[in-house]
Design a binder for this molecule. Structure first.
Ligand SMILES: [Zn+2]
Length: 345
């Protein structure tokens, strides 16, 4: 099958690959329709590795996906050929201790699309467990369906920090994950979100997502805006979505006493934070790794109109131009948020 293959660091090709995939009784075969380009895909392309995951042999990229079921295994009753679906890209070992505890995203044996050595889905078809395949209502597009994966990160973060109705939230970083976290925080009940970034076009877009106050930290102090907007009390919750250590250094100054911090962005290097500042506020810190159990909720919120991901889909490419799509994503213009690739029907 023709696929977008990362041959090695800095080398992509659209070429024929043999992928052997048997259809098990609880599997479905899916024809891919839309695949989003994630920062992690681009990072594997430009760096050949993310932390301990190193690209050692050619790997198909792509894990943010929606498609159409073309074949179902003998024990699958809940899906049928023709169903429009989105897929969770991580497949845990169903018998592992983490999975049995409900924390399947933390299963050390999880196999995640486009994380070496597991192939991703920038290819015509994939076989996937029905249990990690979710139906899309007819009025939800494949493009929106492919946004469920990044949105799930924001929904998981808002769920883990237990956003309360009326909370004032801060989102640090207006990249794709910052944007979906804004949507998730507002949908979870936040009255307002203060978002910070250094790129004005991103902040302009973020302000269209709801009651969002933007702070360009090139010229403004995030702390002074949080202080002003909270009458000196601090934010109820801070979502750190930049992974950029200097942006994280003063994170506990931003929260109110008893406030919460969600670490969503993944820093590439270790960074230090001030424990005593966390202690005097009895800060609760939640770390976020992907998501678990939130796909149905994310799909439901897109379907009902509670969350609109469409403004975040800024750039589209045809599958035949996948390499060009990655070149574009590598040098993302500040006004772009999400690049998606349309697969041939
Ligand atoms: Zn992703």
């Amino acid at each position: 099958m023709e696929a977008l293959v990362l041959e090695r660091k800095d080398e992509l090709s659209l070429r024929d690959v043999f992928v052997e995939e048997a259809l098990g009784p609880r599997d479905v075969r899916i024809a891919l329709r839309t695949v989003g380009v994630c920062g992690s895909d681009v990072h594997y392309y430009t760096h050949g590795a993310i932390g301990p995951f190193v690209v050692k042999e050619p790997m198909i990229l792509g894990h943010e996906a929606a498609g159409q079921v073309v074949e179902v295994g003998s024990a699958v009753t809940e899906l049928k050929p023709g169903d429009r679906v989105c897929m969770e890209p991580g497949i845990p070992d169903p018998t592992s201790r983490a999975t049995r505890l409900g924390k399947y995203n933390l299963d050390p044996a999880v196999r995640f699309w486009a994380t070496p050595p597991v192939h991703g889905v920038l290819r015509p078809t994939v076989v996937h467990p029905a249990d990690f395949t979710f139906k899309l209502p007819d009025h939800v597009s494949f493009a929106e369906g492919a946004m469920v994966e990044p949105l799930a990160v924001g929904v998981h973060a808002a769920t883990k920090v237990q956003v309360q109705p009326g909370d004032l939230a801060v989102v640090i970083g207006a990249g794709p994950i910052g944007m979906v976290t804004i949507l998730a925080a507002l949908a979870a009940g936040c009255s307002r979100v203060i978002v910070s970034d250094i790129h004005e076009p991103k902040l302009v877009l973020a302000r269209t997502l709801g009651p969002v106050i933007s702070v360009n930290v090139r010229s403004q102090s995030l702390l002074s805006v949080v202080t002003r907007e909270s009458d000196g009390w601090g934010a109820d919750v801070v979502f750190e979505c930049s992974g950029y250590p200097p942006a994280m250094a003063d994170i506990f100054d931003l929260i109110c006493p008893g406030g919460k911090v969600a670490l969503v962005g993944i820093p590439l290097e270790p960074f230090a934070f001030d424990v005593s500042k966390a202690q005097v506020k009895e800060a609760r810190v939640e770390s976020i790794f992907r998501y678990a159990h939130v796909y149905p909720r994310a799909v439901a919120m897109i379907a009902s109109g509670k969350i609109d991901v469409k403004p975040l889909i800024t750039d589209r490419f045809a599958f035949k131009d996948s390499v060009e799509a990655f070149e574009f994503a590598k040098a993302m213009p500040p006004a772009s948020v999400k690049v998606q690739i349309d697969m041939p029907a």
